[in-house]
Design a protein around this ligand. Sequence first.
Ligand code: GTP
Ligand code: MG
Length: 627
Amino acid sequence: GSHMDGTAEKQRDSLASRYKASTDYAKDAEGLTAPYVSQDPQETAALVRALDDAAKKGKKSGGFSVKKTRYAVASSPTGAEVDSWRFNDWDYKKPDLPTYARGLFTTRTQHGVPEIAVRGYDKFFNIDETRDTAWSAIRERTKGPYELTLKENGCIIFISGLEDGTLLVCSKHSTGDRSDVALSHSSAGEKHLEAQLERIGKTKEELARELRKRNATAVAELCDDSFEEHILAYGPDKAGLYLHGINLNIPEFITYPSPLVQKFAEDWGFRKTGLIIIDNIDDVKAFLEEVAETGAHDGRDVEGFVIRCKKSTNPGVGPYHDWFFKYKFEEPYLMYRQWRECTKALISGKQPKIKKHVKITEEYLLYARKRLAADPKLAKLYNQNHGIIKLRNDFLEYKNMKGTDAANLEDDGAASVTRDIILVPIATIGCGKTTLGVALTKLFGWGHIQNDNITGSKRPPRFTKAVLDELNEHPAVFADRNNSMRQERKQLLTDVKMQHTTARLVALHFVHDDINTVRKVTQERVIQRGDNHQTIQAATDVNKVIGIMEGFIHRFEPCDPEKDPDEGFDAVIDLDPTAGSRENLEVVIRELHRLYPNFVKEVPPAEAMDEAIKFAMESYKPDLRHI
Ligand code: GTP
Ligand code: MG
């Protein structure tokens, strides 16, 4: 029909189609000069010292944590060794690190001079993952040209030259073969490197010398399905090392402009990484959002882009330094991609592969099948990548849904869940179970059964019965008990499921990783609570209470949703016992809303949540006291 032609027109005119991912920028590289800075041994020594200090202090340093691993370089004639420095990923968000390199190896020359052997990129973040990667911040602080490189889907390989002429090949944090795996990433990378150099008649020593002369690390992506499959396909014709960057081996981050990277790739037999250069940030944003719509660009699936530019804390004035961010295609785009693949399977008479979003995808396919049958031209156009977005949007419109909401639906018909939810804490004493339960009751009118109100013998079955009775009166019940041991969870899960087939049990897992802080926080709270509890009366006998609390902490078995019995939960919500109950309340509500959007239809305003917690903490009194 004519509307299809209109869509095709629009796609032809789109911004994304004006830019083609090119591996041909190398020819434009003549006007550019490669950056060069030599290594300053004193600066390197200071860096190694700072890293060593942090490594020795370990996690408790308060600053950052780094792990050092030493490797012997097998091919080095002088027996060179390199140290890998591995940071915790979340530490990169901290200020004042001695370096932000992700992937860093240092060594010493034969005269004992410290050297940076390999320098990865500064750790970079996804759009909106940090304050710096919000579009508004990017628009304000960065300048072009923006180099968009295709995010190749493999594993990173670093290559550099050591003093003794050895070519060093590393993966992110290690080098050389390990006895416990058939072939390490770095060895697989080295094999590709040897093959590519042989093809162009050059040697590893020459490449080592060239990189050393430049004081640089070559950064490539190893993509090879025969070695390791990732999401995108790399058959023999596509397999190899895709060079995407060249960094200077100094603590600061200085990297080559991409056209020079492509030139180097040409000269040394690497595969080139697709590159698009866009000058204006608004065009960058529009381009990325358009590609996200289809998940494909230039006839090829893409996982996302890495965008390289310059950033300044003093925009307009400078100085500007090299800075990257990434734009990864996530939901709903991954669901859209699945829809596209399934539609193509349908058209070619193959079985569609549905991995996620099962229910909504099946519904979409039912709809697509009807549309394809009604209009024979549709299939042909679809295979030429026309009308993909239109068909999808028509379906969403027919469902009266937004794509993000469709992607957020749980696979097992969670959209239809409106009642019969049992919230099951997995906790120890003083984690704030009752506080949460009281606050939720106040906000939503749910039921709340406290194990501490049940006295006498055979408590577990009576607790279950009380919870199920309460479920007859309320859409949800908070089953207030510690359930710190797997055995208790098993009892509750089994008993409930035997008596109530449609109830959903959602675990509220108070994660006990930081056990010392958990201990400190819960003891303080319980002591503060004094005798305002059914059984735990800290004002009367504090030592006894601490003893009981310790007992629970010792018996605590973390929730493991992969294993029996915790796999029986319909969902697990992780909470932090050391965070305040206000924060945990909001996490519970938001997660329930995400999991069951028609059960918790919306998240209440912040003031209402403040108020509910205030009530639970200040006005709540237990119904009874055991003597
Ligand atoms: P048990 O029933 O003894 O197993 O404890 P529980 O997990 O039910 O904890 P509860 O909700 O009774 O909280 C323990 C004490 O800490 C109570 O006096 C609460 O008022 C208080 N409390 C709960 N949340 C917070 C919080 O976020 N901050 C502070 N300061 N106190 C809190
Ligand atoms: Mg309690």
